[in-house]
Ligand binder design. Structure first.
Ligand code: TRP
Length: 329
């Protein structure tokens, strides 16, 4: 493990607690973010106010918040090294969001993809959904984050955040830090069990904390063609292999790819190999997750509370400058 220095840059990202985590979340978000925490100062938080745009059941939102917190802790997030909190524990964030909204041209929000998608699908649009990018900008700017690790789908939101920060700074001087999106390229699209992007809305996910047996079943049902065992196969288009390569060591990955190309490896063997590497990586976190969610729920809340305390102190520093600049108390 590399050691991060005091001058290491700060990376901040939010995780929306809107469902049970799946393998795509792990490969696309959790694993890269935890690796980043080895060399960056990191601030990771649970974006419960953002989830409120879609989750309208108090008990559900509370439970999802714990689920997400327990997930990250189970995979080794260290709250001593990463500032880890619930967004709603930091009132400075919605306060800053209001101030920023006064520097947000309406046209900018009209162009936001999430809003345009909802509009196109004729969904009901709340003011909260419409101003989602402003709240997200406040999340980032309140902590002076330089880097925002996100998937491609969130890049536009970071661009909007940059615009708002620059608008504000133009009026008051260099108070806000203009951040940049950090897109981790190699893990962009994780295929689900049907080959489309793994996503809850497609019903093609491998749940992160499913029991080994249940996971194995889902894996065995991944569609493959009828190429016979002895025929050569292209690993690039082989769905089970595309999942396998994220969990295998480079040597394991190259070996199985070679066996596929030569012929002689059947789909059942590839799926078997996938189930094994998955289990190797997920068994221990699954146990820890269950601990956090049952016996250690109090400790989980205590960890989040402590993070919230630190986050308020930090955000308040920036807010003090912002309040003074704009002329409110
Ligand atoms: N909008 C992000 C998503 O849907 C979650 C999020 C909220 C976020 N606030 C953020 C991401 C701040 C990065 C920075 O995934």
């Amino acid at each position: 493990m590399q050691v991060k220095t005091d001058t290491a840059p700060t990376a901040l990202t939010g995780i929306k607690p809107s469902g049970e985590p799946h393998v795509g979340n792990y490969l696309g978000t959790i694993r890269p973010a935890l690796r980043l925490a080895e060399t960056y100062h990191t601030i990771y938080f649970i974006a419960d106010y953002h989830a409120l745009t879609t989750v309208h059941e108090g008990a559900e939102l509370r439970e999802y918040t714990d689920v997400i917190a327990a997930t990250w802790l189970a995979f080794g997030l260290d709250p001593e090294r990463t500032l880890f909190y619930r967004q709603s524990d930091v009132p400075q964030i919605p306060e800053l969001a209001w101030i920023l909204s006064c520097f947000t041209p309406k046209g900018l929000l009209d162009r936001a993809h999430a809003y345009k998608d909802a509009l196109a699908r004729q969904q009901e649009i709340s003011a909260g959904l419409y101003s989602y990018p402003v709240l997200m900008a406040a999340d980032i700017l309140a902590f002076r984050a330089q880097w925002v690790p996100v998937g491609r789908d969130q890049k536009q939101h970071v661009e909007i955040c940059r615009d708002l920060a620059m608008n504000f700074n133009r009026a008051y001087g260099e108070i806000l830090t203009v951040p940049e999106a950090l897109i981790q390229a190699e893990v962009e699209t994780i295929p689900g069990t049907d080959g489309r992007k793994m996503s809850k809305s497609y019903g093609n996910v491998l749940p992160l904390f499913g029991e080994a047996q249940a996971l194995r079943k889902l894996i065995m049902r991944i569609p493959t063609d009828s190429t016979p065992v002895e025929a050569p196969k292209d690993p690039e288009t082989a769905l089970p292999f595309q999942l396998y390569r994220h969990f295998a060591t480079p040597a394991e990955r190259d070996e199985l790819a070679a066996r596929l190309r030569q012929g002689g490896a059947g789909w059942a063997a590839v799926k078997q190999a996938l189930a094994e590497v998955l289990e190797r990586e997920l068994a221990e976190p699954r146990r820890r997750y269950q601990d956090w969610m049952s016996g250690e729920r109090k400790r989980l809340h205590a960890a989040l509370d402590a993070g919230g305390e630190k986050a308020r102190t930090l955000a308040n520093k920036l807010l003090t400058n912002v309040r003074r600049a704009v002329g409110v108390r």
